[in-house]
Design a binder for this molecule. Structure first.
Ligand code: NA7
Length: 545
C-alpha cells in the first residue's frame, strides 16, 4: 500500500455540515461505528430548517408520531407529542431533548458557517474551511444540509427601500413579531404562507395576500394527542415503525388497490370525503393512479375545487383561490388549518398576481400593475432554493479541482441521491435523486444514514482509503430517476421539484418518484451485491469514470 506523502493531521474521521435531523442522526451512526465526527452548524442551536422557520403557525404536515427518529425505541417511549401535527417550537424541543439524551452537543460546533471544501488529492482527505478561516481536515465529508433550508428571497425592485418591517418565513426572528393593529402583506401561498395567513389574519388590522399560483390544500384536522392515543401509539410503536417503513412513502399509508377511475363515482366521492376529513397530506395517496393519470387526478382536483367553492363565500374569490392548470400533487400540496376560511374575513384581501403582478416595493408598501397597497409589514413566504440550494451554497471542489456546481451545471447528478462521481469520500443526505421531499423525510434521512453507515463499515473492512461512485453508475441512476418521473404527472406542474422556483435553475425533476420503499430496496440491493457501482481505492491515483 502506498501511503500518502505527508498527510495533514486529521481532525475527525467524518466532518458533517448541519445539525438538523440528518446531521444529528449521522452523528449517532458514526459513534456506533467508532468513528470520530464533528458537526459544523451555522445557527446558534440545533434543529436545521426547524431552527429557522419560527413563523407563527409553522408546523409539520407529517403526523408527529411518524415525523420523529425511529432508531431508538426508548426515545419513542419517553417522548410525548402533544399534537397530531407538531408545531415548530415542539419539534425544536424534541431536537433539544435528543441532543441532550445522546450527548450530541460535545461534537457540534455552533455558530460555525462553512465557506468551502476541497478534496486534497494527495492526502485523500477533505479540507473544510469555516467562516473564521479555520480548516478542518477529515476523511469523510458529509453535507447534511437539508432540501428546504436556503430561503429564497425574491428580488422585487425597490425591496430594500421599504421602511416598514419585513420578514422571511424561513428566517424568522426569535423575538415575537407583532401583527396586532398593523397592515400586513404576505407574499407567497405555499405551505409556509398557508400556515401563517390564518394566524396573521386574526391579529392584523388588515392582511393583504399576494398569490401567484393558487395551491391545493387539504385540511390538517390537527388536534391534541390524548393520553389514551399516546398510550395506544406507544403500545404499538415498533409495529407502526415497520408499517411506515414498508409503506410506499414512509408515511404508513397504503393506497387502495382499486384505481380512482375504476371506482364508481359515488364510492369515490365517499372515499375522498373520508380522506378529506382525516388523511391530511395522505389525501394524495387516496388512489394509486392520482399522480399517474391526468383523468384520475382530475377527480381529486375537482373534489378539492368543490370544497374551496363551498368554503369561500365570495364566488369570485373562490375562483381565484382555485388551483387549475396543473395536476393536484404535482406541486407540493399544502396542509392547512382554516386557510380558505380566512378569505371570508372582512380584513383580508387577495391580490391575484396573475392578473396584477407586483411592479415594485415602495418605501410604504407594494405597487402592482393596478394599485398601491400601503402596509406596515411585508412577510416573504417565498420558499426555498430547494434541494440543490444548500449543496451549492459554497464551493465544494472534488478530485482534480472540479466544483460540484460545475459537475451539476445541467442539473444534479447523483447515485442514490447520496453521492456523485469525481468526489471521493463525499456524501450528502436526502439529496436529489432520492425520495426526500416526496416522502416522510425523517424516514428518508434514517434510511440514507443507515445505508451510509453500512458503506463506511464496508470501506473500513476492505481497507479502502477512498470510496467513489463511477460516472457510469451516476448516469444510469439519473436516467432511471428521469424515466420514473416521466411516467408521472410531476413534470406537468411548475414546482420546486423541477427547479422552477429559481430563475435559471436547470429544469429537471429532482426527487426520486418511485417511493421510499422501492428506493430502499434498490439501495439494499447495491449493498448486498458488494457495491459494484463504487470504486474503493487504497490510494487515489486518478479519477474514475
Ligand atoms: P413554496 O411551497 O415554494 O412556496 C413559495 C410561495 O411563494 C409560492 O406560493 C410561490 O408562488 C411564491 N413565490 C415565490 N417567489 C415569488 C415571486 N417572486 N413572486 C410571487 N410569489 C412568489 O415554499 P414554502 O416555504 O411555502 O414551503 C416549502 C416547503 O416547506 C413545503 O413544500 C413543505 O414541504 C414545507 P409560485 O407557486 O411559485 O407561483
Amino acid at each position: 500500500m502506498i501511503t500518502p506523502a505527508s498527510p495533514r493531521p486529521l481532525d475527525v474521521d467524518v466532518l458533517i455540515v448541519g445539525a438538523g435531523f440528518a446531521g444529528l442522526r449521522l452523528l449517532h451512526e458514526t459513534r456506533k461505528l467508532g468513528l470520530s465526527a464533528r458537526i459544523l452548524e451555522m445557527a446558534d442551536g440545533p434543529g436545521g430548517t426547524w431552527y429557522w422557520n419560527r413563523y407563527p403557525g409553522a408546523r409539520c404536515d407529517v403526523v408527529s408520531a411518524d415525523y420523529s427518529y425511529a432508531f431508538s425505541p426508548e426515545l419513542d417511549q419517553e417522548w410525548r407529542w402533544s399534537e397530531r401535527y407538531a408545531t415548530q417550537p415542539e419539534i425544536l424541543r424534541y431536537v433539544d431533548h435528543v441532543v441532550q439524551r445522546f450527548d450530541f452537543a460535545r461534537d457540534i460546533s455552533l455558530n460555525t458557517t462553512v465557506t468551502g471544501a476541497v478534496y486534497l488529492d494527495e492526502d485523500q482527505r477533505w479540507a473544510v474551511t469555516d467562516h473564521t478561516g479555520r480548516e478542518w481536515i477529515a476523511t469523510y465529508f458529509v453535507m447534511a444540509t437539508g432540501c428546504l433550508s436556503v430561503p429564497k428571497k425574491p428580488d422585487f425592485p425597490g425591496q430594500d427601500d421599504f421602511r416598514g418591517e419585513s420578514y422571511h418565513t424561513a428566517y424568522w426572528p426569535k423575538e415575537e413579531v407583532e401583527f396586532g393593529g398593523k397592515r400586513v402583506a404576505v407574499i407567497g401561498t405555499g405551505s409556509s404562507g398557508t400556515q401563517l395567513i390564518p394566524i396573521a389574519a386574526e391579529q392584523a388590522a388588515h392582511l393583504t395576500v399576494f398569490q401567484r399560483t393558487p395551491n391545493f390544500s387539504i385540511p390538517a384536522r390537527n388536534r391534541p394527542v390524548t393520553d389514551e392515543e399516546d398510550r395506544a401509539i406507544k403500545a404499538e410503536y415498533p409495529e407502526r415503525r415497520v408499517r411506515a417503513l414498508n409503506s410506499p412513502t414512509g408515511l404508513g399509508f397504503e393506497p387502495t388497490k382499486v384505481k380512482a377511475l375504476e371506482a364508481p363515482e359515488d364510492e369515490r366521492l365517499k372515499h375522498y370525503e373520508t380522506q378529506w376529513n382525516s388523511a391530511g397530506f395522505g389525501f394524495i395517496l387516496s388512489y394509486p393512479d392520482l399522480l399517474l393519470d391526468q383523468r384520475a387526478n382530475d377527480t381529486a382536483a375537482d373534489f378539492i375545487r368543490a370544497k374551496i367553492a363551498a368554503t369561500v363565500k365570495n364566488p369570485e374569490l373562490a375562483e381565484k383561490l382555485s388551483p387549475t392548470g396543473y395536476p393536484f400533487g404535482a406541486k407540493r400540496a399544502c396542509v392547512d388549518s382554516g386557510y380558505f376560511e380566512t378569505f371570508n374575513r372582512d380584513n383580508v384581501t387577495l391580490v391575484d398576481m396573475r392578473d396584477t403582478p407586483i411592479v415594485e416595493i415602495t418605501e410604504t408598501g407594494i405597487r402592482t400593475t393596478e394599485a398601491e397597497y400601503d402596509v406596515d409589514m411585508i412577510v416573504y413566504a417565498t420558499g426555498f432554493d430547494a434541494m440543490t440550494g444548500a449543496l451549492l451554497r459554497f464551493p465544494i471542489r472534488g478530485a482534480g479541482g472540479l466544483t460540484l456546481a460545475e459537475r451539476w451545471a445541467d442539473g444534479p447528478k447523483t447515485f442514490l441521491g447520496i453521492m456523485t462521481d469525481g468526489f471521493p469520500n463525499f456524501f450528502f443526505l436526502t439529496g436529489p435523486g432520492s425520495p426526500s421531499v416526496l416522502s416522510n423525510v425523517l424516514m428518508s434521512i434514517e434510511q440514507h444514514v443507515d445505508w451510509l453507515g453500512r458503506l463506511l463499515e464496508h470501506a473500513r473492512e476492505r481497507g479502502a482509503a477512498t470510496t467513489e461512485v463511477t460516472r457510469d453508475a451516476v448516469e444510469r441512476w439519473v436516467d432511471h430517476v428521469n424515466e420514473l418521473a416521466a411516467g408521472t404527472l410531476y413534470p406537468d406542474a411548475r414546482s420546486y421539484y423541477m427547479g422552477d422556483e429559481i430563475a435559471g435553475k436547470p429544469r429537471v425533476f429532482m426527487p426520486y418518484s418511485g417511493g421510499l420503499r422501492g428506493f430502499r430496496r434498490r439501495c439494499e440491493e447495491v449493498a448486498a451485491n458488494g457495491y459494484p457501482e463504487l470504486v474503493f481505492r487504497e490510494h487515489a491515483v486518478q479519477p474514475v469514470g
